[in-house]
Design a protein around this ligand. Structure first.
Ligand SMILES: C[S@@+](CC[C@H](N)C(=O)[O-])C[C@H]1O[C@@H](n2cnc3c(N)ncnc32)[C@H](O)[C@@H]1O
Ligand SMILES: [Zn+2]
Length: 261
């Protein structure tokens, strides 16, 4: 079966077989038992992305549905019948819904995330790969979605067809402010990022803001572990979360839809 994936060695198209992907030059990439394929070249194998703890934390938190309104909003913008790349798809919470009505590929640099994504979502194709070197030919996709994943402007421009759409979801200034208040003495707001990008026109820009109330310490810690603060917080600041059993916090998403010009 033809695939949109290309060989990371010689860049020719990959054919998907039951147990592996192969290219015309004899390069062969076995599928893992969960179904994803690892296309990271050996020089990049040391880069792991999110670890098991973060992946499990995100899965636990997202499955409670706190971010479901954002998922619905993105799915609506995406529509149906498109070839879609979910760049930095994590464990597939969003990918699985996009794949109900579209032909979807999910890539992520974290093997742990893709194990979970492949189990969750059987009707999308998943590959371990870097956002900065996407394993797809130029002009391959109708749409690319990036939800809280690292940005890669030139690669998104390259892999989208002319007229193709990029949908970016980024945190706004006060996203999770009360979670930060609970941990830090002087929490900073997120910085404003200029949405303009080379090669794209902005089609729409939507702010989605609401509050969520987390009802257990497990949920609060899970939310914390899926944020970048997890890496950057001292053990003593982290301990402040241990006593919290309930937390109401703002969530603020900016959903920007671009079109490749
Ligand atoms: C904050 S998570 C978002 C995951 C998912 N989109 C979601 O919102 O649930 C960021 C994801 O980007 C992945 N990631 C980080 N660096 C990456 C890279 N260079 N290439 C591909 N994925 C990367 C991480 O492994 C992680 O799954
Ligand atoms: Zn090859």
């Amino acid at each position: 079966m033809n695939s949109l994936l290309i060989c990371p060695v010689c860049k020719s198209p990959l054919t998907e077989n039951e147990k592996n992907y192969t290219c015309q030059n004899g390069h062969n990439f076995d599928k893992a038992k969960q179904g994803y394929v690892n296309l990271l070249m050996s020089s990049k194998q040391g880069v792991h992305g999110d670890d098991k703890l973060m992946v499990n934390a995100r899965r636990l938190f997202l499955e409670k549905g706190y971010y479901a309104p954002m998922r619905e909003a993105v799915a609506k913008i995406l529509g149906e019948g498109n070839t879609v790349l979910d760049a930095g798809c994590g464990e597939g919470y969003y990918t699985s819904v996009f794949a109900e009505n579209n032909k979807v590929y999910g890539i992520d640099i974290s093997k742990e995330a893709l194990k979970a994504a492949s189990r969750r979502c059987k009707n999308a194709s998943f590959a371990v790969a870097s956002i900065y070197e996407l394993p797809f030919a130029d002009d391959s996709f109708d749409a690319c979605v990036n939800i809280f994943a690292p940005d890669s402007p030139s690669e998104y421009l390259r892999i989208l067809k002319k007229g193709g759409r990029l949908i970016m979801v980024t945190p706004m200034e006060e996203h999770l402010m009360e979670l930060k208040n609970a941990v830090y003495t002087t929490p900073y707001k997120n910085s404003f990022v200029d949405p303009e990008r080379i090669g794209f026109d902005i089609v729409s820009s939507r702010e989605l803001k609401y509050t969520v109330t987390l009802e257990s310490n497990e949920e609060i810690v899970s939310l914390f572990c899926m944020t970048p603060y997890y890496y950057n917080t001292s053990p003593s600041d982290r301990q402040k979360l241990d006593a919290l059993e309930k937390l109401t916090t703002k969530v603020e998403f900016l959903i920007t839809e671009y079109q490749k010009n």
